[in-house]
Design a protein around this ligand. Structure first.
Ligand code: AMP
Length: 481
């Protein structure tokens, strides 16, 4: 088995790794570290959870330390672009932990917080800057950041950058970088547009890839519960009555949906908070910290807010609403069963979500065991009580609503200025964070999917509670949730 020392890493890094308790490199680290140490460009196909952050952070720190020089004023020797604030923070935390014996500076820059401290940090120059594209562009426009001296450029989660509409800002930033730089490019998937971007940015890259999805997904006990949309809330409360749901991430499609589910759970006595792009940085950090510390059983999140978040020991993932794209399903359920542990993923599926389920099963090449909880009298009674706790509101199908992205406010501002709202149709209700992909697929998904879902749903048993007889007649999905 390869050891970190075999990869050519220097003593201060080996010491930091030992202190972190890492015993051996993960496959992406074993493949990527020697390549990056040689100064070559890298195309890494890997998702969060594979150890990809250390795969680039360790060799970058070593290269910077081997050729120590002052960082350029208002500039940085290494620039890491990350799609979200949470991921940027996590990447920077990793860099800091690995650099603890090296005396290299690491900073983050993202939207939603004041400019002043960021300008101050930039002024003197930084060894490693981790930034979201929108805020970095703002600093570049203000001349408080100058990217031309960057020696190593890392683009992380490139496919998510595409979802968030960051490809144009990335091209703009990259156009101002010196040609004589090292490029590292990471993406979980390689849609054609990302392949094109990689082709533009990278020079003779070495490609490394790890495919953890299948193995991760295999370890997850997945179930689908068929349920009327208006009964999802009592079903959620029923699940949380079981204390084994100790650290559970509940996914909704919209920010407003996340707030409402969190509010309902709190009213039902389950500590919960929502996390999404409309929350302040402080609120997001506090919610995440409480969840990580085990002070809160439920974190209700939208896809974009949750992606890349690294929380250990997530007991369950609940898809309160199915995502619009199968990839998001894999990302969501991958929040559990991390680091070799097992996990449970439960997906609620209302009648009009059957087509989404079908797509997910097709894409993941599996039949997810399904259980029919429709027409459950106990849940009907519980639904009446639930409505008293937090009144049900008029439900607006998020796929018909304005699909503005969870992009940092600075970019949203810019898009609005340019009159580009990513094709939103208005509609007032929940705001989808699904991005371009969801938007593209949405209109095709308005059908009720009758019949198909039953076929796709696999064996129809009861999940908890007594066995029901024949499957009830299909009902039209109620617009009330
Ligand atoms: P990442 O894919 O970079 O988000 O990493 C996922 C998690 O694995 C993080 O919590 C890392 O701290 C952890 N990790 C990364 N490399 C190793 C390793 N070689 N051994 C043990 N844990 C690791």
């Amino acid at each position: 088995m390869t050891q970190f020392a075999d990869l050519g890493l220097a003593k201060p890094l080996l010491k930091a790794l030992a202190e972190k308790g890492y015993k051996e490199p993960t496959p992406i680290q074993a493949q990527a570290i020697p390549v990056v140490l040689q100064g070559k460009d890298l195309l890494g196909i890997a998702q969060t959870g594979t150890g990809k952050t250390a795969a680039f952070a360790l060799p970058i720190l070593q290269r910077l330390a081997e050729d120590r020089k002052p960082a350029p004023r208002r500039g940085f020797r290494c620039l890491v672009l990350s799609p979200t604030r949470e991921l940027a923070t996590q990447i920077a935390e990793n860099f800091k932990a690995y650099a603890v014996h090296m005396g290299l500076s690491v900073h983050t820059i993202y939207g939603g917080v004041k400019y002043g401290p960021q300008m101050k940090a930039l002024a003197g120059g930084i060894d490693v800057l981790v930034a979201t594209p929108g805020r970095l562009m703002d600093h570049m426009a203000e001349k408080s950041a100058v990217v031309s001296g960057t020696e190593i450029f890392v683009l992380d989660e490139a496919d998510q950058m595409l979802d968030l509409g960051f490809v144009v800002p990335i091209r703009k930033i990259a156009s101002q970088l010196t040609k004589n730089r090292q490029n590292l490019f990471f993406s979980a998937t390689m849609p054609s547009e990302i392949g094109k971007l990689a082709g533009e940015l990278l020079k003779d890259p070495v490609q490394v890839s790890v495919a953890p999805q299948a193995t991760t997904v295999e370890r997850i006990d997945q179930r689908v519960l068929f349920i009327e949309a208006q009964r999802k809330r009592p079903l959620l409360a029923e699940l949380f009555a079981d204390n084994s749901f100790s650290r559970t991430i509940v996914f909704t499609r919209t920010k407003r949906g996340a707030d409402r589910v969190a509010k309902y759970l709190n009213a039902a006595g389950v500590e919960a908070a929502s996390i999404h792009g409309d929350k302040t940085q402080g609120q997001r950090e506090r919610a995440l910290a409480a969840f990580k510390a085990g002070e809160m059983r439920a974190l209700v999140a939208t896809d974009i807010a949750a992606r890349g978040i690294d929380v250990n020991d997530v007991s369950h993932v609940i898809n309160y609403e199915l995502p619009n794209v199968p990839e998001a399903y894999v990302h969501r359920i991958g929040r559990t069963a991390r680091k070799g542990k097992d996990g449970i993923a439960i997906s609620f599926c209302a009648d009009d979500e059957r087509n989404l389920l079908k797509d997910i099963q097709k894409a993941t090449r599996q039949q997810i065991p399904s259980f029919d909880r429709r027409n459950d009298k106990q849940l009907a009674a519980a639904a009446a009580v639930a409505d008293k706790l937090v009144p049900a509101e008029k439900y607006v199908d998020p796929r018909k609503a304005d699909p503005r992205n969870d992009v940092p406010s600075e970019l949203r501002r810019k898009r609005n200025r340019n009159g580009n709202r990513n094709g939103g149709q208005g509609g007032g209700g929940g705001r989808s964070e699904g991005g371009q992909k969801a938007q593209g697929k949405g209109p095709q998904r308005q059908g009720r999917g009758q019949g198909q879902g039953q076929k796709a749903g696999g064996p129809r048993n009861e999940f908890r509670g007594p066995k029901r007889d024949a499957a009830p007649a299909e009902k039209r999905w109620s617009p009330i949730d």
